[in-house]
Design a protein around this ligand. Structure first.
Ligand SMILES: O=P(O)(O)OC[C@H]1O[C@](O)(CO)[C@@H](O)[C@@H]1O
Length: 245
């Protein structure tokens, strides 16, 4: 794992955006695996800025998002489809019909999850998979468990994740208790994995991801086995990684 130190959130965001834009420049028709949450917002803003300056062209890019809350439609302001549209897709020249987010409203969800996996596989898996990391070491919505997940599946969110994500809802009762998430095996099929982390709340998870045992109780720890993983983290997120000093 390559570890890139950033001073703070803005520096992390620019570094992450630089790596994503290099991917788009080197392979204009690349497949991006994209993430939601607070972490990537600054990077998406930077990408939009460079697009507006004429430095980036998304016209051939396609994308697959990691996850979606169960029960939220794409026009719900807290849905991850809405997040992607408002933070990135609506501001660049990406073809929205080539942007995919799991369907939070799927009735036959097992068929929908299988179809999502088939589509990601048919696209050849992401050239670059962007990931945030949960306070508990989750990636996508793959929560700590006794095994690593494979494909897209229904997840029962942990209390810790529900509480962490409640800041984005009017009350904790409104946070969906379930979500659909790409599986860990699918994430590991990406050609490059780019993890972004900032803030002291992520310090333990970042330490365990980089230096802890490889265990499904910290899903991100499996990234130690991926041959092309880059972590961009700020000083606070790296504060428990004494091994790096
Ligand atoms: O960036 P945040 O908001 O801390 O969230 C961390 C991770 O948890 C999720 O919200 C759950 O999937 C991801 O989207 C994100 O990468």
């Amino acid at each position: 794992m390559t570890i890139v130190r950033a001073h703070d959130y803005n520096d992390m965001s620019r570094k992450v955006a630089n790596i994503i834009s290099a991917q788009i420049i080197l392979k204009p028709n690349c497949v991006l695996g994209l993430a939601t949450g607070s972490t990537p917002i600054g990077a998406y803003q930077q990408l939009v800025e460079w697009y507006k300056k004429g430095d980036l062209d998304f016209s051939q890019v396609s994308s697959y998002n990691l996850d979606e809350y169960r029960g939220l439609a794409g026009d719900h302001p807290q849905s991850y489809r809405y997040f992607m549209d408002t933070n990135l897709f609506d501001h660049v020249n990406i073809d929205k019909s080539k942007t995919f987010v799991p369907d939070g409203m799927a009735e036959d969800y097992e068929a929908a999850c299988a179809a999502y996996d088939a589509a990601v596989a048919a696209a050849g898996y992401p050239d670059l998979q962007l990931l945030g990391i949960g306070n508990n070491g989750h990636i996508g919505f793959n929560e700590p468990d006794d095994h690593f997940s494979r494909g897209t599946h229904l997840v029962d969110l942990t209390e810790s994740t529900i509480e962490a994500n409640s800041r984005l809802f009017d009350s904790i009762d409104e946070v969906p208790r379930q979500a659909f998430s790409m599986g860990v095996q699918t994430i590991m099929n990406a050609k490059m994995i780019l993890v972004a982390a900032n803030g002291e709340k992520k310090a333990q998870a970042v330490h365990d991801m980089c230096f802890g045992p490889i265990t499904p109780s910290c899903p991100a720890s499996i990234l130690q086995l991926h041959t092309n993983t880059v972590l961009v983290a700020d000083e606070e997120a790296l504060s428990k990684c004494g091994e790096l000093a």
